[in-house]
Ligand binder design. Structure first.
Ligand code: SF4
Ligand code: SF4
Length: 296
């Protein structure tokens, strides 16, 4: 049985105090912090460019600094002292959490010894879930977000440039097929073992926009608790830099359509890998300024 199930805080308590898994006013009542301990990634999404040492952009994949586990633990202790409503520690990059498992495991173990109440959350592309899902449960990770942009390898092949898996590089439909198989089996394993799973889907015009309802229905069947259909952030230097965007109206319409099958997240801020604070007030820069290398 997973450790979090033996704790007086139930999964319902942890979900209600997680700003990203609740809808309504509760989502700005509690704070979360991301620990940027995961620089490497094992796949290449066509919309992603990871940037380290970047204070000016606010999007996933961006952090001012990658931290080693001891630095991340010290930062957690500082933030915990400052922010009384901190309920969640998340690992969300700037690369892929599970491609950096030892660092993530070390920092979560240090934190758990100190604080049995804090909720652990993780964002992943899902490639390594078949290897690590059980260990995540043992670490006490109760909330996992998996980004699944397609459930058809033909569509996935247009979204992922490559997948690096078990020492081999895959491209095209075989890459997308391996990734998809691992995402779906990982989602099923986690959700049947009591982990609350969110599925993120980036809506890509002309690529997966016609396919999102199928993704949502598929992940619902495998136990997804909520889905988060998101806008593409066009990043300079990425393969999708010039991809036309779907409109906000189209995103809202898709969320409404998919809300028939599963709850929809409407309030995602597409946060940085070192975000700290409530979803309406990021205070991560305060901690950046306290680092000695900050140009004053
Ligand atoms: Fe970037 Fe995440 Fe995709 Fe890796 S999985 S390429 S970090 S968006
Ligand atoms: Fe929550 Fe979205 Fe920010 Fe992740 S990126 S912490 S899901 S609001």
């Amino acid at each position: 049985m997973s450790k979090f199930l033996n704790h007086p805080l139930t999964l319902v308590d942890r979900t209600q105090t997680h700003p990203c898994f609740t809808c309504g006013k509760e989502n700005v009542k509690y704070a979360r912090m991301h620990l940027p301990v995961a620089p490497r990634c094992n796949i290449q999404c066509n919309y992603c460019v990871r940037k380290f040492d970047c204070p000016n952009e606010s999007r996933p994949g961006v952090t001012t600094k990658v931290l080693i586990p001891d630095e991340a633990f010290a930062k957690f202790e500082q933030v915990k002292k400052d922010i009384k409503n901190l309920t969640v520690v998340g690992i969300a990059g700037p690369g892929e959490a599970l491609a950096n498992f030892p660092a993530m495991e070390k920092v979560l173990t240090l934190i758990r010894k100190k604080d049995p109440d804090i909720t652990f959350c993780l964002s992943t592309n899902g490639l390594m879930l078949p290897v690590y899902a059980q260990r995540l449960i043992e670490l006490g990770v109760s909330h996992v977000t998996i980004t699944i942009n397609a459930v058809d390898p033909k569509i996935g092949a247009q979204i992922y440039k490559y997948v690096h898996y078990m020492g081999r590089l895959y491209k095209g439909e075989s890459a997308a097929g391996i990734l998809l198989g691992n995402q779906l089996s990982g989602l099923k394993y986690l959700s049947t073992h009591g982990v609350i799973c969110k599925v993120n889907i980036v809506m890509l015009k002309g690529i997966n926009d016609h396919h999102i309802e199928t993704v949502v229905k598929t992940v619902k069947k495998l136990g997804a608790f909520i889905t988060n259909i998101m806008q593409l952030i066009p990043v300079e230097g990425s393969a999708f830099e010039k991809l036309p965007l779907v409109s906000n109206r189209e995103i809202m319409k898709m969320r409404q359509q998919c809300g028939i099958y599963v709850a929809q997240m409407m309030h995602c801020r597409q946060c940085r890998a070192d975000a700290i604070g409530t979803l309406d007030q990021d205070v991560s820069m305060k901690y950046y300024r306290e680092q000695p290398h900050f140009p004053r």
